[in-house]
Design a protein around this ligand. Sequence first.
Ligand SMILES: NC(=O)c1ccc[n+]([C@@H]2O[C@H](COP(=O)([O-])OP(=O)(O)OC[C@H]3O[C@@H](n4cnc5c(N)ncnc54)[C@H](OP(=O)(O)O)[C@@H]3O)[C@@H](O)[C@H]2O)c1
Length: 295
Amino acid sequence: MGFVDGRVVLVTGASSGIGLETSRELARRGAQVVMAARTRDRAEQALAEVSRVARTVGSPAPDLLLADLTDPTATAFLIQRVRSRYRRLHVLINNAGGFFAKRMVTAEGFEYTYALNVVAPIRLTLGLLGRLKKSRPARIINVASQAHAAGALDLDDLQMERGRYRGFVQYARSKTALILWTRTLADDLRTSGVTVNAVHPGWIKTGMGASNPPTATAAVFRFVTALLARPQIVGARGPSYLADDEQLAQTTGEYFFVTHRRPPAAHARDPEIAGRMLELGRSYDVRAADEREKK
Ligand SMILES: NC(=O)c1ccc[n+]([C@@H]2O[C@H](COP(=O)([O-])OP(=O)(O)OC[C@H]3O[C@@H](n4cnc5c(N)ncnc54)[C@H](OP(=O)(O)O)[C@@H]3O)[C@@H](O)[C@H]2O)c1
């Protein structure tokens, strides 16, 4: 029996790709899966698929909560609904993420990659931290990427406002930020009974980047992905391992390449930048966002 059996697990980006496969796998292992998703049609179809798995193995029926995680109000509402529906939350998997070839800015003013891959998981985690602590032992899993190796964080240009926007570099930097934040949050939570780790799920054939404009680079990327990337089901392996393996009970602040613990790139281990990231993260708390809106 693993850690998730009979426990409550929240998975973001659960409507497709790695999030859907992870939801399915954790339901199969006995978890009560709470699927957080954005697009209703895809999410309802995903819910039906995970429900089928849960029914077959006798796991609790999964739940679905809709929210656009780049919207602070929707995120605050999601946090509130999780808190009111679930007295316990044992695992949070921050999986929703994406790569955007064209620079976009959210209504709140964040560059979109940064908003979705960095601000959203930090915000959700901070909003649910109380519930996770109450449910200890609990685990937070941040889905990062080995692509982080291609982008050191520039604290003075987090949203790539200077020079030409390069989607892949911004994606890499966003995952570096997430790994740095994971490491310092782990230190912060050392005695809380809540662990936090980051995982690269592998190069997986999913819908990531499918909404980008059809440029020549995007076409080449899609072609190479179709040839070399692993099937979607393989993408669940890393997140499921981190959520469920009993031997990882004390493991925190680490980066995993699928199921192997590895040091991330040197720029994702810099303690000074990690400390700054932890500080910055506090300002993304929805309560801080509420304050900003009032001004
Ligand atoms: N695929 C790979 O090779 C690979 C490699 C390394 C890391 N990753 C990471 O794995 C994670 C999952 O990616 P994937 O490959 O499974 O991609 P995907 O199939 O595109 O799934 C992304 C998920 O995120 C959700 N999402 C996107 N924008 C959102 C928003 N604003 N609010 C809430 N949810 C939103 C999507 O929901 P909708 O259905 O509404 O679009 C979808 O469920 C990402 O963090 C990605 O960076 C992927």
